[in-house]
Design a protein around this ligand. Sequence first.
Ligand SMILES: [Zn+2]
Length: 445
Amino acid sequence: MAKKQQEEQPVEVPLPPVTLIPMGAPDKQQDQSNLLAAKQSPAFPIANGLLAHCLNRRGERLMLDYAAEGVAVRFEIDGVWMNGDPLDRQSGDAALAVFKKVTNLNVQDRRSRQDGKFGVEFAGGKYVASFTSQGVKTGERVVITFKPKKPKFLRIEELGMRDKMRAKLKEQIDADAGFIIVSAPVGGGLTTTWNLTLETADRLMRDFVSAEDKDNKEDEVINVGPKYYDRAAGQSPADVLPQMILKEPDVLVVPELTNAETVQILCEQVNKYNKLAFTKVNAKEAAEALLKVFAYKGPAAELAKSVTAVLNVRLIRRLCDQCKQSFQPPPQLLQKLGIPAGRVQVLFQEYKPPPPEELIDEKGNPIVLPICQKCNGIGYAGRIGLFELLIIDDQIRAALTNSPNLETIKRVAKAAGHRSIQEEGILQVAQGVTSINELQRVLKQ
Ligand SMILES: [Zn+2]
């Protein structure tokens, strides 16, 4: 019987090896001697194993929480924290010393905040790992964030934007004049969507310029020339825009509006000189993004006149297509979701194992089911964006000037046939891309 059980255990596939690249020392020699010292630690394989487990599960972040009783290990996968196997304190401490060594940080210091970087190579991928450790009440917290050296090239449709919406957005972006706002919740894909929106624009035929904070430089987008202002010294985009405008660019990109003066300059450029402007803001929905831009207290009527479109995104996990389960939705559920009867026969949900009483074979032995190789049993793999594209028409402009509040703007938009993030989400549920559970999780954030 023992033998049979052994056979049914899921086979642990050994993970590919990890290569650590030391960084942070004043010179290469010191980096190399740091690596040598780290390699001599008996915990070197444990540290590497943590990285391998995280990256193998497509983790973007690894968190280690040190407390008296042990070390909790968590991986952030597709924006959701998952528990890993905990470590005993001794192994955890030794692994942490390895990370601090290869980042040239102080191994003894367990209280102050320490930041550093090291390189990781794993399964053909190269990453820069940003390391932060900080003493907390219960002990110490460590966060390692992995950034691929060559981010996968994405187009906005690969992020899940429907063709029709993409065409509508492109029309706005290709217009001579207008003001386009890109938005997403904090930590929810704003940078990616912003970059993809600018990538969608034809930057070869028009001159793009961008006014950026020198301490907060944007990712490089080809053919968008940045000019920097010094926010820490009290400057704003309004300090560099006049000079930039002298060169008569076609498109003004201002990643952060910061003040009324900046809003005023952009409105004038759009309304008077037929320029196109882009900005971005953290918001949960398009109407909120619009109000946040208005909250800078720029000239309201001018702003209402200039704004043409707001794009909002919410990231949602994709059901794993290897293990998702179909079910027949009861009519009440379809009604609740607003899906017309007869439109869908089945919906999908994340994999749920059968109840334990069914996991016994005819001889009474427990059955161990293999774990899905694609999603490691999470039920989801990868993310897409739920997009909301609000085109500003005269009704919304009137609402913005007369009663600029969330409810009014949403009501006016809905009356004009605008589809909310929630409705976009239900569309993805109906198509089996994601689940009702996941949509509810995302909408609650
Ligand atoms: Zn799966």
